[in-house]
Design a protein. Structure first.
Length: 138
């Protein structure tokens, strides 16, 4: 994780953002837009991927971060499962399914690699108080 200073720099977060934008686009069309349950659930799952990466990055330890990344990966799987439902109900085309599935699968693979990296390169703490630049008398 050396060199990453903001969650927006994490490649898995960038891919999850693309996934979320696509999910919102395809779920606002046709019969999909009227299936409020599935539309809401798949949107929430895609947002959860992005949010858990961000929340984990802002957490205090790598252990917490890895746990949040695991939740993000699980939400990516949830999106993939719901894409099958949308495809089976003919809410989306095979092409839309393939594009969204690829983003969800890529995010999952990126998260797996990132978690493996963090687990194999443990650090005692994420941040050093010595380098903190903040005022405590405000």
């Amino acid at each position: 994780m050396a060199g990453i200073t903001r969650f927006e720099e994490i490649e898995a977060w960038k891919t999850a953002r693309q996934l979320t934008n696509l999910i919102y686009k395809v779920s606002e069309q046709g019969r999909f837009a009227k299936d409020f349950g599935l539309k809401d659930q798949i949107r929430r799952a895609s947002v959860s991927v992005m949010s858990n990466i961000a929340e984990g990055f802002e957490s205090r330890t790598d252990t917490q971060f890895i746990n949040f990344l695991g939740h993000a990966k699980a939400s990516s799987g949830e999106v993939r499962a719901q894409l099958y439902i949308a495809l089976d109900l003919q809410y989306i085309s095979q092409e839309q399914f393939a594009e969204a599935y690829e983003f969800a699968d890529k995010t999952s693979r990126q998260l797996s690699r990132f978690m493996n990296y963090l687990e194999s390169n443990p650090r005692s703490r994420r941040f050093s108080e010595d380098s903190a630049d903040y005022q405590t008398d405000v």
